[in-house]
Design a protein around this ligand. Structure first.
Ligand code: SF4
Ligand code: SF4
Ligand code: SF4
Length: 422
């Protein structure tokens, strides 16, 4: 098997194909701390792409309550267990985090789903370690919604002292998910028909319906279970990253790349999506004023979902600050402590970048900050806090300004004439 460089793992790994990188990569950051599980994202995708006969069980965008919820049910526990079996030395990380764009979380010393396949599967299909969910596991996307976990052995009772940060003792959180348009897609690696491809211009992973014969190898291989089988067409389907919008062909934006349906519908303002520049070695090219580059590589506040799987996913998450750290480290890797520390003690720049989320449905290519006056001084959890009413300005791919906003959010007072209207 060829060897490729996985910057999230800080090392080389085996992958069935040679590495090929797009010039730009579809990527996104979800701030879990803000998600309210309103499911507007879920329904925006459903009503756009998967409302037809045979697609009833398909939710390309979904939001599940962790730790018990999952769509399909138990998807992550099941693939983690398989990986654990194949990986008796454990899914451990070592080495010091590098400052460079390569290896910011240290070095993953365990086995990825591609490497585990070599020792656990028969040679004929030894491309990716995975499993095929049972039909009924796709039936209940909201299963265990809002169900918390608490002390082991104590049922139906909240922990009486456990509501203080840094960690709650009774907890849950909402995990919003779409296809990660991975840099080393497991779905693509497993397809014997080569029906799945990654676009060179934006890294979006698409599944060619004309080539697919419904073998479901992609469904089995995707560790995030984001490729889905459709019985009445006997082909598999997956999130298409709303590519006409990302290409800028939606008439609404006049050629400016636009965020996807699930991003633009987000009520909680947790989502930011963009296109990041990729260097010749597959790492993110330095692009200091791109908000995604800033969140992932400078503030290091957003982390990949289960990087140990090895697909180099392009979805990043700001971890929920109230959840026990061992759980989060398993889900997002060893960068969790630093990410939460950055988030709860935000720099002046991070506060400004967080204001960019969901002010527009255009993709932000670059931002600038204009400094404003100090509006608050105080202390929080023993640290001095100063707030400045800076203005942050977002620019699109064309270089045109998309919008500007301030740290202090404007207050709109409803007039008496509209006191009771919405
Ligand atoms: S998340 Fe799954 S379906 Fe999407 S690109 Fe990665 S491996 Fe493929
Ligand atoms: S990017 Fe588009 S196709 Fe993909 S989950 Fe979101 S709305 Fe659905
Ligand atoms: S629309 Fe936003 S806030 Fe609502 S469930 Fe989806 S990600 Fe969460």
């Amino acid at each position: 098997m060829p060897t490729v460089r996985n910057w999230q793992l800080g090392r080389e790994m085996s992958y069935p194909y040679d590495a090929r990188f797009p010039s730009r990569q579809f990527a996104f950051v979800f701030n879990i701390n803000r998600c309210i599980a309103c499911q507007s994202c879920t329904m925006a995708c459903k009503s756009t792409w998967t409302f037809n006969k045979g697609q009833e069980h398909m939710w390309w965008a979904n939001v599940e309550t962790k730790p018990y919820g999952g769509y399909p049910q138990w998807w992550d526990a099941r693939i983690l267990a398989r990986l654990e079996e194949a990986n008796p030395a454990g899914q451990v990380w070592g080495g010091a985090p590098a400052d460079a764009r390569f290896g910011p979380y240290g070095v993953f010393e365990g086995t990825t789903i591609f490497e585990a396949a070599a020792t656990t599967l028969t040679p004929d299909s030894a491309r990716v370690l995975g499993y095929l969910p049972a039909d009924d596991e796709w039936n209940a996307p909201n299963i265990y919604e809002d169900n918390p976990v608490g002390k082991r052995g104590v049922r139906n009772q909240l922990d009486p002292t456990g509501e203080q940060l840094p960690e709650h003792k009774t907890w849950f959180f909402y995990l919003a998910r779409i296809c990660n348009h991975c840099s080393y897609p497991a779905c693509l690696a497993a397809c014997p028909r080569k029906a799945i491809y990654k676009r060179p211009e934006d890294g979006i992973v698409l599944l060619d319906q004309a080539e697919c014969r419904g073998y479901r190898k992609c469904v089995e291989a995707c560790p995030y279970k984001k490729s889905m089988y459709r019985g009445n067409t006997r082909t598999s389907e997956k999130c298409i990253a709303c590519f006409p919008r990302v290409e800028g062909t939606d008439p609404e934006t006049g050629g400016e790349p636009m965020e996807t349906r699930c991003m633009a519908a987000c009520i909680g303002q947790i989502r930011m999506q963009g296109l990041v520049q990729i260097a010749a070695d597959g790492t993110w090219a330095e692009d200091r004023q791109n908000p995604l580059y800033y969140l992932v590589h400078v503030a290091k506040v957003a982390l990949p979902l289960y990087p140990q799987f090895g697909t180099q996913p392009n979805g990043y998450y700001i971890p929920p600050r109230w959840v026990p750290r061992p759980y989060l480290r398993q889900m997002f890797g060893p960068g969790v402590d630093q990410a939460i520390d950055s988030y709860v003690n935000p720099s002046r720049e991070l506060l400004a970048v967080l204001q960019l989320f969901r002010r527009s449905n255009r993709i932000i290519d670059r931002y600038e900050i204009q400094e404003g006056p100090k509006v608050y001084e105080g202390s929080l959890r023993g640290r001095k806090v100063e707030l400045f009413n800076d203005t942050v300005i977002a620019f699109g791919r064309s270089g045109r300004e998309i919008f500007r906003t301030t740290i202090e959010e404007p207050i709109h007072v409803r007039t008496n004439a509209h006191a009771n209207s919405i």
